[in-house]
Design a protein around this ligand. Structure first.
Ligand code: ADP
Ligand code: GLC
Length: 481
């Protein structure tokens, strides 16, 4: 039995801010239990729901030297769907109303603590992983610490590491002197071939240098990040390590996201009866959100973090023109204030047509995935994207920009060959986006049969973890030997 430890800063059902949590909550369940014992470690945040904290059991605690102090490290555990989770408890570091704050230095200190602590707990929980699978910058120091101080002891020797990039934009950067002080790592590590990056210390870079293998969450993003435009300053390193870098596309949890069994939907449906049943969700949503109650109206959904990454400057630029069309737009999201306010403004200006829901809600997200006709995701960059996968599975036709995982998972509609599962545009340009939306509108209004066939094809696609979990397994086997 090969032992794998997932290390991450968030995971469903305990805490979620985005797609990373979905991946951490669903991929381990789909790794073959006959050959792999996969467990997960994450922080225990004060902001986790009480119901989730109640599931955790105390294992042990000890004190660990960190940042010139002796720090409390508590260990808790819980089992969900057959997967063992470990939680690192320290109320000083993992406090606050959200898992992440805007204070860069605090984030670095907190997650450096997490990296060191998660390695330290392993002997006490009696789990010696053959491989630690690290996710995003918050766990970037794990391969580094493992190389450094933990190699001395027999227990840690030979543990392999994988670094998965979910989002290259966030790297955990601060000045070298401070990071040296916090992490306790010697000078040796702070050179441009190791943690140093344009004069700063960079936690993700540390992970990318020292991990035995690097993956990211789609084949296209794996190529894109080797270029200047998408590389976020690390493209040189990623090119140099391209032999160890591969893209494995994400899947979604088919137990969580299934229109046939979804507990949040007023009307459930499937690939056979969607023509009659899906529309009932649209009616219910129009009523609930105070939109004009009209079966025919082309309803576009957005469920997203409201950030630059997701292409909302294109949407802002086109809002008035778009709202001149016979459409309805339903937005669910939180994030940058400019976008939150932009959608609030249009909700006011086009009452009955635009609905801005500036909050986080699992339930509302499912209702939108089910109730809308189309789903808009014009991302500037998109490592994978799970929202378009969910939309496809709910027969809600994605309109996307051809980048990263969007390019790999949405096949553009071709009316001559009657193929494709969505609509797309290539350049990051507001007019191109509007043309793609209008093309979708035309097919929806004028060629309903064709539209329904797009839905048939979308719902027939398999975006479960099935295929990708096997690719991770192959990689684990290859690395562990
Ligand atoms: P990212 O990880 O970049 O945010 P993904 O498409 O990979 O993008 O994943 C986003 C996940 O977060 C999806 O499961 C989506 O439904 C969910 N989500 C985003 N915003 C909200 C919100 N306001 N309420 C509920 N779910 C949300
Ligand atoms: C990141 C990316 C998103 C991806 C998710 C899970 O948040 O922005 O594209 O789907 O991670 O891998």
């Amino acid at each position: 039995m090969k032992k794998i430890l997932f290390a991450a800063s968030e995971g469903v059902p305990f805490i979620k801010t985005g797609g990373l949590a979905d991946v951490i909550g669903s991929l381990p369940k789909c790794i073959d239990k006959r050959y792999f014992d996969v467990r997960v470690v994450m922080p225990k945040y004060a902001c986790m729901r009480q119901e989730m904290k109640d599931k955790m059991q105390y294992v042990t605690h000890f004190y660990m030297d960190f940042n010139y102090k002796s720090e409390y490290v508590g260990v808790l555990t819980a089992e969900v769907s057959g997967i063992t989770f470990y939680f690192i408890d320290n109320e000083f570091y993992f406090n606050g109303g959200r898992p992440y704050s805007d204070d860069g230095l605090w984030e670095i200190t907190k997650f450096a603590f997490f990296c060191k602590a998660l390695l330290s707990i392993l002997p006490t929980v009696d789990f010696r992983p053959d491989l630690i699978h690290c996710h995003d910058w918050q766990t970037g120091l794990v391969p580094v610490y493992l190389k450094e101080r933990f190699q001395g002891g027999e227990f840690y020797r030979g543990i392999k590491t994988v670094m998965t990039i979910h989002n290259l934009k966030f790297q955990g950067k601060w000045d070298v002197k401070t990071v040296k002080h916090i992490t306790g790592l010697p000078d040796y590590f702070f050179t441009p071939d190791k943690l140093e990056c344009y004069k700063d210390a960079n936690m993700l870079k540390g992970g990318l240098v020292y991990a035995d293998a690097i993956t990211t969450v789609s084949a296209t993003y794996a190529e894109e990040i080797k270029t200047d435009f998408y590389g976020e300053g690390l493209n040189g390193l990623l090119c140099a390590r391209s032999g160890s870098l591969r893209g494995i596309v994400n899947g979604i949890d088919y137990e969580e996201y299934n229109p046939e069994t979804d507990r949040f939907l007023p009307y459930r449906y499937n690939a056979i009866n969607f023509r009659k049943e899906k529309i009932k969700n649209k009616r219910a949503l129009q009523k609930e959100l105070g939109l004009e109650e009209d079966d025919r109206k082309f309803m576009i959904g957005v469920v997203s973090r409201l950030t630059d990454q997701k292409g909302f400057d294109l949407v802002a630029y086109m809002m008035d023109e778009l709202c001149g069309d016979a459409i309805q737009l339903v937005v669910l999201g939180t994030g940058e204030e400019q976008y939150e306010n932009m959608f609030r403004h249009y909700d006011w200006k086009y009452a009955g047509k635009v609905s801005a829901n500036i909050y986080y809600s699992e339930e509302m997200s499912h209702k939108i995935y089910a109730g809308c006709d189309a789903f808009l995701m014009p991302s500037l960059f998109e490592p994978c994207g799970l929202s378009q996968l969910i939309a496809l599975h709910y027969g809600t036709v994605p309109i996307v920009r051809e980048t990263g995982g969007l390019r790999d998972t949405v096949e553009p509609y071709n009316e001559y060959e009657s193929t494709g599962t969505g609509f797309s545009f290539s350049n990051y340009n507001a007019h191109e986006m509007l043309s793609a939306i209008r093309y979708a509108e035309r097919i929806y209004y004028d060629k309903k049969r064709e539209w329904n066939k797009i839905i048939d094809r979308a719902m027939a696609k398999d975006f479960s973890w099935h295929v990708s979990a096997e690719k991770y397994q192959e990689m684990y086997d290859w690395l562990i030997g």
